[in-house]
Ligand binder design. Sequence first.
Ligand code: UN1
Length: 506
Amino acid sequence: MLRGVLEELGVAGHERISAIEPREVASDDRRHTTISPTTARPLATVQLDDRASLDREVAAAVEAFRAWREVPAPVRGQAVRAVGDALRRHKEALGALISLEVGKIRPEGLGEVQETIDIADFAVGLSRQLYGMTMPSERPRHRIIEQWHPLGPVGVITAFNFPNAVWGWNAMLAAVCGDSVVWKPSLMAPLTALATNEICRRTLTDLGHPDIFRLVIGADAVVGDSLVGDSRLPLISATGSCQMGRLVGQRVAARLGRCLLELGGNNAIIVEPDADLDLAIPAIVFGAIGTAGQRCTTTRRLLVHESIADSVVERLARAYASASIGDPMAQGTLVGPLINQRSVDAFLAAIAAAQSQGGTIIVGGKRAPGDGFFVQPTIVAAPRSNELPIAGEETFAPILYVFTYRDLDAAIALNNGVAQGLSSALFSGSVGASERFLGPAGSDCGLAYVNLGTSGAEIGGAFGGEKDTGGGRESGSDAWKHYMRRQTSTISHAAQIMHAQGIRFG
Ligand code: UN1
């Protein structure tokens, strides 16, 4: 199966893949064997980069940038249009590869590739809209304009859970902005990265453009650390845990580089007494158990008004009971595996912590049958005091903690009462409640939804969050500005030098 998919994507014989579905795990300084989350068997062995090969890749990215920055932006946009078309042609196979490698169910694997296609389309239009402003000068015969120029090679670090689209958000914008990219994917998803990068870079080089999409595969301690510290990369865009982001942020700040951080979330859905539960229940289920709880936007906390808590939890429990867990490639599966054994251990540890802190398991709480890393989607009711410290942590697994509240402001306080600030949602039929939630004293998150769940953002808006989520914004809106440098350009055609602020000198 895997070989066929890799063949279709044109990377089965890639020099970096040394074995497909090998019998043995071979992992050392130079090689890494990934494990199928579905079968727990070896999936492929890939060659790893070291500091020297990373250095060569960054040098090649600098070289490519020098040529690419001078290609007119709309021409760069046409190239990105071809990249989007290539992704469309390979959508099926890339989606399957994502399912095989990280265990996303088929519709979600395909949805992820669609997200990259969408951002490519967005970037094509953007390539003609990299607008700067003009400002009136205080001096006669002077003109001030703001220009946006290409920034440089961009380092992009991605997590296993969106092994294609998160690079896409960064790379498609970087490309139209005139930058090259050095991508360090998760070691849990090197195949998707390899195939994605190959398809996109080949599309550009076949059109005669510079080879702007570079890839390095390696351990965080070796390749990640050097990449982040490399001052040839003016911007590091990193997606992953808050812990990782804190390290990256400090390292990049130390060299006065720029950082774009998209870190952990701890997202809540508030359900008001006047909520339409026919909308709320499926949204909560998708948010909490979709992608087996491994999105940064996953719904981790349910804040439900005490008057309807019992009926909401009962309906959720019924919906959970019918969610089929299993092979992500099989039709009808709703919950695939977690990425690895460590994630299963973290799931079990969180359940144990929740119980010892007074939480009650409503459904789930155990490993699910199968050779791979399957767990049961779980609902935990917080104790009456609403004190449940484990719910403050982001465990990348399908665990939903349920809290109750009496009035909306208390629910908003619970929503905001965690370190992370990525996504949030409210279900209510009331305009007042909705405005309160979206207002300045409402949700403190980067994403706020009304009558929708916390996950599944469209690419057109800026994506990211506040507080420990890192403050970065990727994807749509004006996120492109991260990938360019701003120049305020003042031009005079006056006969003599005039100083600003009315200063007369000499
Ligand atoms: C992530 O989990 O890192 O909003 C990104 C969403 C997706 C992106 C998730 N569009 O759920």
